[in-house]
Design a protein around this ligand. Structure first.
Ligand SMILES: *[C@@H]1O[C@H](CO)[C@@H](O)[C@H](O)[C@H]1NC(C)=O
Ligand SMILES: *[C@@H]1O[C@H](CO)[C@@H](O)[C@H](O)[C@H]1NC(C)=O
Ligand SMILES: *[C@@H]1O[C@H](CO)[C@@H](O)[C@H](O)[C@H]1NC(C)=O
Length: 570
């Protein structure tokens, strides 16, 4: 850390410490905001440690309000719920430690990611010579994959979809009420809102029509009104969605999402922690037992499917699917954990026929390699499928149907289905129709083409798809549009394309080419966090929470500071 950064950082914390008394906080927010504008950087992020909990909550809430990044009730709700845990996390850290930089990098993008700690896992047995088995040629099974439903039990048809809150379609104020707004939400959903229950009913009917062998659901049941969600609301959401699945669909294997507890995002391993989510685990264990009939799923923590399960599968000559919420290669995933997880995947690559994820709300995939310095079709070892969301906030509601080899459980193809939310008929009766298929739409583009219905779409296949993207930008642009099912497709230039292909080729997060989001280090002399962003950090719904809030505040502070400096110059 450079000297001036250090001084600014401690300048801020000194001004904070001077006003610990509660009544003074409110009066002092404006001057703290002035200091904050000068001191938003890696160092300041880290010295937030050492402040009292109530005080930190008050200060952050005040800064959130004064920065105007969210409505005051949203500021207060999010910080009240997540602030205490964040406070504990900061206080357990040492300034300039890797952990504190990781927190500041992932939380607000204010520090660079530290290097991953080298550590080699030991396994119950050495890796055998076995390789992925070839497809059996037998008639494939159909398996449905859906994710990120986020059903809003309080969705109100006719209420305002142009509201000031992170999600709309509720009467947040009188102006938002059905009789008072010029922007009424339709009965089946809106892209500014989480979906109503009747959209879920329509989805379930469409899935039942497919008659899948079984389905997989990769988490995130609860709606995005995160400044309000408490244990009672989360439980209501979990019960409503899982009991509807049980009634409508049959066997579903599911995973917990970061929204499936309250406050969201907090999964302390320490059972004495006040945010201990055991109640969510217990509820899910019951829900999942009802959906799978697997008696061993008595409690989610007992049956968390650690790597002993993979050894057992290998010993029994079985193959395994891994189902989780957050893809291991995305920037949201801590890099150290991603590296250690990848070691497990590499060890059992012949046993794992596929990995299945959600969380991003976007259609995507990630390839694992035995050698990330040499990412080629013949080093590609495992395939992570990332299914887009049912909630329409990042594009039309969707689910997918895999064609699965009944012997090897390898994926032979999939078809993505959508209900087009831009089509006027959506509000009368959503129609779930095929959108694209992996083999038809990518298999014909690779060299040599792969269209044999009996062939697996293997890790090598998907690597070759990324090669086709590099060779022919239309293949990439088609993929890029499919990420959001053609909804509000942002332009993606050469750099953006390179980064995205790098992300697709990274099931191990340290190789995903991501730079911490809030600030771009490349433009000035590499000083951490001291650069202004032109654009407000893009806030995905899946990133919702205090991290997003703080990075928006940091961005707003930097922007105001720049305007002041420009004003001084003029
Ligand atoms: C769960 O949801 C079902 C279906 O809506 C309802 O019948 C049941 O009473 C709910 N259970 C709890 C504990 O809320
Ligand atoms: C969805 O419907 C809109 C409006 O009819 C249309 O312009 C768009 O192409 C459709 N999208 C897809 C993916 O079919
Ligand atoms: C991938 O491409 C390589 C090089 O063209 C080719 O040898 C290999 O058979 C392809 N594999 C698949 C599964 O498409």
């Amino acid at each position: 850390m450079r000297l001036n950064t250090l001084l600014l950082a401690f300048g801020l914390s000194a001004s904070l410490r001077g006003v610990q008394a509660e009544t003074e906080v409110e009066n002092s927010i404006a001057s703290i905001w002035d200091d904050f504008k000068n001191a938003v950087n890696c160092g300041a992020c880290q010295v937030t440690a050492g402040l009292g909990e109530d005080f930190m909550v008050d200060v952050f809430t005040g800064l959130c309000k004064i920065s105007g990044v969210e409505d005051p009730d949203v500021c207060a709700g999010i910080i009240e719920k997540e602030g205490p845990a964040l406070h504990d996390a900061f206080n357990a850290l040492q300034l300039n430690s890797d952990t504190s930089k990781t927190l500041c990098a992932s939380l607000v993008g204010l520090c660079k990611y530290p290097e991953v700690h080298t550590y080699s896992l030991t396994f119950p047995s050495p890796k055998p010579k076995t390789v992925r088995p070839p497809p059996s040629g037998k008639t494939p099974l159909k398996v449905v994959h859906f994710s990120d439903t986020h059903v809003d039990l309080l969705y109100e048809p006719g209420s305002n979809y142009k509201c000031s809150k992170p999600i709309c379609c509720r009467s947040w104020s009188d102006e938002d009420a059905p009789e008072n707004t010029e922007h009424p939400c339709g009965p089946f959903g809106n892209t500014k809102c989480d979906p109503p229950q009747i959209l879920q009913e329509s989805l379930h009917a469409a899935i039942a029509d497919i008659k899948p062998e079984f389905s997989i659901y990769t988490g995130d049941v609860v709606a995005h009104d995160i400044w309000l969600v408490d244990k009672a609301e989360a439980l209501k959401g979990l019960n409503a969605t899982y009991s509807a699945m049980e009634k409508d669909i049959g066997t579903v294997y599911a995973a917990i999402g970061n929204h499936d507890t309250a406050p969201l995002n907090l999964f302390p391993a320490d059972a004495s922690h006040e945010a201990d989510p055991q109640w969510a685990y217990d509820t899910l264990a019951e829900d999942w037992y009802a959906l799978t009939g697997i008696p061993s799923v008595k409690s989610a923590d007992q049956f968390a499917s650690y790597s002993a399960e993979l050894q057992a599968a290998e010993d029994a000559g079985q193959r395994a699917w891994l189902i989780a919420h957050i893809p291991s290669g995305v920037p949201d995933h801590f890099r150290d954990h991603s590296e250690y997880f990848d070691q497990i995947v590499q060890r059992y690559d012949a046993t794992i026929s596929g990995l299945f994820y959600g969380h991003t709300h976007r259609d995507g995939f990630q390839i694992a390699y035995s050698d990330y310095n040499n990412r080629e079709w013949n080093t590609a070892t495992a395939m992570g499928y990332v299914a887009p969301a049912v909630t329409p906030t990042e594009g039309s509601p969707s689910f997918r149907v895999y064609e699965v080899d009944p012997v090897t459980f390898g994926v032979l193809d999939y078809t993505q289905y959508i209900a087009n939310i831009s089509d006027p008929s959506f509000q009368t009766k959503p129609e779930w129709v095929p959108y694209y298929s992996a083999k038809a739409d990518y298999g014909s583009k690779i060299s040599p083409p792969l269209t044999d219905p009996k062939a697996e779409i293997s890790p090598a296949f998907w690597h070759n798809v990324t090669v086709a993207m590099e060779r022919d930008p239309t293949v990439f642009q088609d993929y890029w549009a499919r990420r959001s099912r053609g909804f509000e497709v942002e332009s993606c230039d050469d750099d953006c394309m390179k980064n995205e292909i790098c992300l697709l080729r990274a099931a191990n997060a340290q190789y995903n080419c991501d730079k911490p989001k809030a600030f771009d280090f490349s433009k000035r002399d590499g000083q951490e966090g001291d650069i202004l962003l032109e654009k407000e950090p893009h806030i995905d719904c899946d990133h919702a929470g205090m991290a997003t809030l703080v990075s928006k505040m940091a961005h707003r502070a930097k922007l105001e500071r720049r305007r002041e400096l420009e004003g001084d110059d003029a």
